[in-house]
Design a protein around this ligand. Structure first.
Ligand SMILES: Cc1cc2nc3c(=O)[nH]c(=O)nc-3n(C[C@H](O)[C@H](O)[C@H](O)COP(=O)(O)OP(=O)(O)OC[C@H]3O[C@@H](n4cnc5c(N)ncnc54)[C@H](O)[C@@H]3O)c2cc1C
Length: 432
């Protein structure tokens, strides 16, 4: 008799943790076939992308090969991009894989499932603002982060030849002062200092002009006001130009135009405002929100099909108070545990659990300069404000927890040691 097949599409912050647990518990014991599908051959934890974008983190050192990981953890990996779903025949379709020159490497394929889990993440939402898609960088994928890094290095290089400068300062405009925009703004100052020390001497951080543009009245609008104010102060100390209550209505090759008609001139533009799920999710026949997130029940099964689960950024999951679970790495991590338990329960004919989001707090890292955040204390859920070294330590532990979930204790411990050694052996940033 063939084993039930669980297909998980999207090996990101949540999906990779899920297949690791399913593989260990069901795959290795031959209770189910576990298959992970991802459009990329390697995994990098998405909250690190702003560090990849500035070169502070070398993605080549931190990425995890799905193929290698799958062998060690009892699941199979198939590279592919989900393009269609047939719930009647329980099949998904993966788009053809093509080379850079459009040569087809693998034609379109179908894959059968008994249970399907969608954990495809999200992308930035430009809300149809004219010019954004053509003139802005996004930080939604490792490829986009690398593309920003290449442009950033080229722009810095251009500033080494003063006669080729367009503006007296190197101006970077970031739209969206959520965690991504705020952390990127600080990383840019860190990167410019490091690049200066590595020989880009004609540009110092005083010539770096970073504009952080936010439509809401405060930066970090989703976080407590105390964190927002503390981060605001730190960014101002660094020299970031903060524009709150400022809505961008157009982007072009020279920067942004705001609703007040003001022009913000930039050499590099980044769009990091708002999120939405991939648009094709609204064409799969499952109920979705306006931002294409799949509507799920609190068991994380889609509202229309109990064999299809969705979680993480691509799912709209109601909480007890009716609000939706926020699109955050800690939510994807917690939901991965819930989906894992529910899939095991389905195979055991046991009842399913409902997901409850436990907010453990929020942390914002301002590169090497500062970290600020809050931790939730116990059942009372009172928040404890932290900053400085302690906040930095907690911030670093978030990634270590993800590594622990996908590698286990021994390998995570070894990674900590290797990272420490690399700090001595390698340049502090990726310079090529
Ligand atoms: C720069 C940055 C900083 C952030 N910082 C924080 C932070 O400090 N704290 C926090 O809580 N959250 C943070 N976030 C948000 C956090 O990264 C996301 O909430 C989290 O990654 C969501 O996890 P996920 O598993 O739903 O999706 P993801 O981690 O995005 O994974 C989605 C996966 O699906 C794959 N995929 C997508 N489409 C397809 C397809 N059609 N076919 C096959 N595979 C596909 C992708 O390749 C990817 O591997 C940050 C995000 C960014 C961009």
């Amino acid at each position: 008799m063939s084993l039930p097949r669980i297909v998980v599409v999207g090996g990101g912050a949540g999906g990779l943790e899920l297949v690791t647990r399913l593989g260990r518990r069901l795959g290795k014991r031959k209770r189910a076939d576990i298959v992970l599908v991802d459009r990329n051959p390697t995994h990098i934890w998405k909250p690190l992308l702003h560090e990849v974008a500035t070169g502070v983190l070398d993605s080549g050192l931190d990425e995890v090969s799905y193929q290698g990981h799958s062998k060690a953890h009892g699941y199979q990996f198939q590279r592919g991009t989900l393009s269609d779903l047939d719930r009647d025949t329980r099949q998904i379709t993966l788009a053809p894989i093509v080379d850079d020159d459009e040569t087809v490497i693998l034609p379109a394929r179908t894959l059968d499932y008994d249970y399907l889990v969608l954990s495809l993440g999200s992308v930035s939402n430009d809300f149809g603002t004219p010019g954004v898609a053509d003139h802005c960088h996004f930080l939604d994928s490792p490829q986009q982060a690398e593309s920003f890094r290449h442009d950033m290095l080229n722009t810095f290089l251009r500033y080494s030849a003063p006669e080729r400068r367009v503006h007296p300062n190197l101006a970077v405009g970031i739209v969206g002062a959520g965690a991504t925009g705020v952390e990127l703004a600080a990383e840019l100052f860190d990167a410019s200092k490091m690049l200066h020390s590595y020989g880009f001497t004609s540009l110092n951080s005083g010539q770096l002009e970073v504009h952080l543009i936010e439509a809401a009245p405060q930066i970090l609008p989703a976080l407590p006001i105390r964190i927002s104010k503390a981060v605001h102060r730190e960014l101002e100390k660094l020299g970031v130009n903060i524009h709150v209550d400022t809505r961008v209505t157009r982007a072009d090759e020279h920067g942004f135009v705001t609703a007040d008609g003001e022009r913000i001139e930039t050499d590099l533009s980044v769009w990091a405002a708002g999120i939405r799920a991939p648009a094709f999710l609204s064409e799969l026949g499952l109920a979705t929100e306006r931002n294409h997130q799949i509507k799920v029940k609190r068991t994380l099964q889609s509202q229309d099909d109990e064999r299809v689960f969705a979680f993480g950024d691509c799912a709209a999951c109601p909480q007890e108070d009716g609000k939706l679970v926020p699109p955050r790495a800690q939510a994807a991590h917690q939901q991965a545990s819930c989906v894992y338990r529910n899939l095991v329960a389905l195979l055991d004919n046991a009842p399913l659990r409902e997901f409850t989001f436990r907010d453990r707090g929020s942390l914002i890292s301002l590169a090497h300069f500062e970290a600020v955040g809050s931790l939730m204390r116990g059942a009372s859920a009172r928040s404890l404000f932290i900053e400085g070294r302690i906040a930095k330590l907690f911030y670093a532990s978030l990634y270590r927890m993800h590594q622990f979930a996908i590698h286990g204790a021994v390998k995570t411990g070894m990674t900590v040691v290797v990272d420490g050694i690399n700090r001595y052996l390698r340049p502090k940033m990726k310079l090529h």
